[in-house]
Design a protein around this ligand. Structure first.
Ligand SMILES: [Fe+2]
Ligand SMILES: [Fe+2]
Length: 302
């Protein structure tokens, strides 16, 4: 492996001739946690950069993993666990947004991965999909490390009411009081979808209008002993295992899937399980739209 003067590692070089018989090199390099494809034509080098998703290479789960050019998985990979948590960091010019930052036990690893990417003081918003400890139990510690007086915690009021009990001090940004939107300094708009009872009364998902990515919270979560951040096979059964236990009913889940089927979604970034991309998105929505879960599966209880 060759290391460039700018800190990039060259992973792969492919030489070929274009249809016009020009010499061309395709170079896959790694810049920090980003994989970049560079095309070079001839010795004078006209070049163009493309982002290569981590799914196309062999990601190291001890590092942050780039899911898109500006969205990074910063979770803790626990080989022993059958439930993995997926915090994501969105880096957008003057705004850095951390989604569902995770639990206290996961905090040291999550923070190390964040520091690999940004100064924690650059984090402007913490988006909290609901109040569960695996989602945001580390909020108070995180606030201390970020140390930013204008930090905002973004959530629905039904979640904020409970999140206060983690001892947080930052100002809350209640999504329903802000038209279910957050406009970033760059103009990029995040839209929030209220998904009550999936699986909390204040649950939200976040839709990034620029990358058409859905940060889906516990919806599309999964349990499995062979977790992978990206997987091309057997991603529906682990989702079944999760939703049967943690989602309330087919009635509520199916109504949400109907809403999501009208949205243009390029990828789903769940808080558990695997990232869903391309055809997996439609397939997963159809699968959950038909899945009995929760109360549907309960015998009558005494
Ligand atoms: Fe949850
Ligand atoms: Fe969760």
């Amino acid at each position: 492996m060759e290391r460039g003067g700018n800190g990039a590692c060259v992973l792969q070089v492919t030489l070929y001739k274009t249809s016009a018989q020009r010499s061309c090199a395709l170079i896959v390099s790694r810049f920090g946690n980003r994989n970049v494809l560079t095309m070079r034509y001839g010795p004078s080098i006209a070049e163009q950069n493309f982002f290569v998703p981590a799914a196309m290479t062999n990601p190291d789960f001890d590092d942050a993993i780039a899911v898109t050019r500006d969205i990074h998985w910063v979770g803790f990979y626990d080989k022993e666990a059958n439930l993995h948590c997926n915090p994501y960091l969105l880096i957008d010019d003057a705004n850095v947004i951390l989604f569902d930052p995770g639990s206290i036990p996961h905090f040291p690893v999550v923070m190390r991965k964040i520091i690999d990417l940004v100064n924690p003081n650059e984090i402007t918003h913490l988006v909290v999909s609901h109040q569960d400890p695996d989602v945001c139990g580390n909020l108070a510690v995180l606030e201390d490390v970020i140390g930013r007086p204008d930090l905002k915690i973004v959530a629905h009021t039904n979640t904020i009411r409970l999140v206060r009990h983690y001892g947080v001090r930052s100002e809350f940004y209640a999504v329903e009081k802000n038209d279910y939107k957050l406009r970033l300094t760059s103009g990029r708009e995040l839209q929030f979808l209220f998904t009550p009872y999936l699986h909390s009364p204040g649950a939200i998902a976040t839709y990034d209008t620029r990358t058409k990515s859905l940060f889906s919270s516990d919806i599309f979560g999964a349990i499995s002993v062979d977790w992978k951040l990206f997987r091309s096979d057997n991603y529906l059964e682990p989702m079944r295992a999760w939703h049967e236990i943690y989602m309330p009913s087919h009635h509520i889940l199916a109504a949400c899937m109907k809403r999501l089927s009208r949205l243009e979604i390029d990828r789903i970034l769940p808080q558990h399980g695997s990232v869903l991309e391309q055809h997996q998105v439609k397939q997963a929505i159809q699968f959950l739209a038909e899945l009995p879960c929760g109360l549907d599966l309960q015998e009558s209880t005494p």
